[in-house]
Design a protein around this ligand. Structure first.
Ligand code: IYR
Length: 205
């Protein structure tokens, strides 16, 4: 058990949030297998309140990039506020998101306010954000295991995604997961490599 737990840690600890992607295609079957892993996550009352719109077409990716960059320009030119921009400075991000067109897949994740455990139901869902967050973490781990790099992208607001991905108003865009291969020589900021040691994130009582 310890060997398996440590081996899993050693693998996941090599995950990087990448902002330079290769345009090499990734077969749909790989994405489907990763989404199936996400779909196996636990959720409130097992209602599985998530939907994954997997965008691969160049036209849709361009639409999403353009809408996201419009929001990001507002964010970086004032909406974020000084503290937030200060916190982001060591990551070196800005409003330009070319990787949203370069990467083969944009997985647009939606949280369903209503639904239920069975297809066609219209009941209230519970613990939506917790459930979709857990599923997203499992999706990222699955992508990593498959050899794919990912980036969590959260333009704010993301309302534009409902229209582009053809999703109903009862679904709230949760985040965009960019997925593909890292570009040759892709770099990550030093800041992102520092993870808190166990003593800081855990206690045994
Ligand atoms: N959504 C913006 C800003 C951003 C916010 C946080 I908090 C980050 O950790 C990284 C970025 C962007 O993607 O640039």
């Amino acid at each position: 058990m310890l060997h398996r737990a440590v081996a899993f840690h050693d693998s996941l600890a090599t995950r990087r949030s990448v902002r330079e992607f290769s345009d090499a295609p990734v077969p749909r079957e790989i994405i489907e297998a990763c989404i199936a892993t996400a779909g196996s996550a636990p959720s409130g009352a097992n209602h599985q309140p998530w939907f994954f719109a997997c965008v691969n077409s160049a036209e849709k990716k361009r639409e999403i990039r353009e809408a996201a960059e419009a929001e990001e320009r507002e964010f970086y030119s004032g909406r974020a506020g000084e503290d937030w921009l200060d916190a982001l400075a060591p990551i070196g991000t800005d409003a330009d998101k070319p990787y949203m067109e370069t990467a083969p897949w944009l997985i647009c994740i939606f949280a369903q306010r209503r639904g239920g455990a069975h297809e066609g139901e219209d009941r209230k869902n519970y613990y939506i954000h917790e459930s979709v967050g857990i599923a997203t973490g499992m999706l990222m781990a699955a992508c990593h295991q498959a050899g794919l790099a990912t980036l969590v992208h959260t333009p704010n607001p993301m309302k534009f995604l409902n229209g582009i991905c053809d999703r109903p108003e009862t679904e709230k865009p949760f985040l965009i997961l960019v997925a593909g291969y890292p570009a040759d020589g892709a770099k990550v900021p030093k800041h992102a490599l520092v993870k808190k040691p166990l003593e800081q994130i855990m206690s045994v009582l």
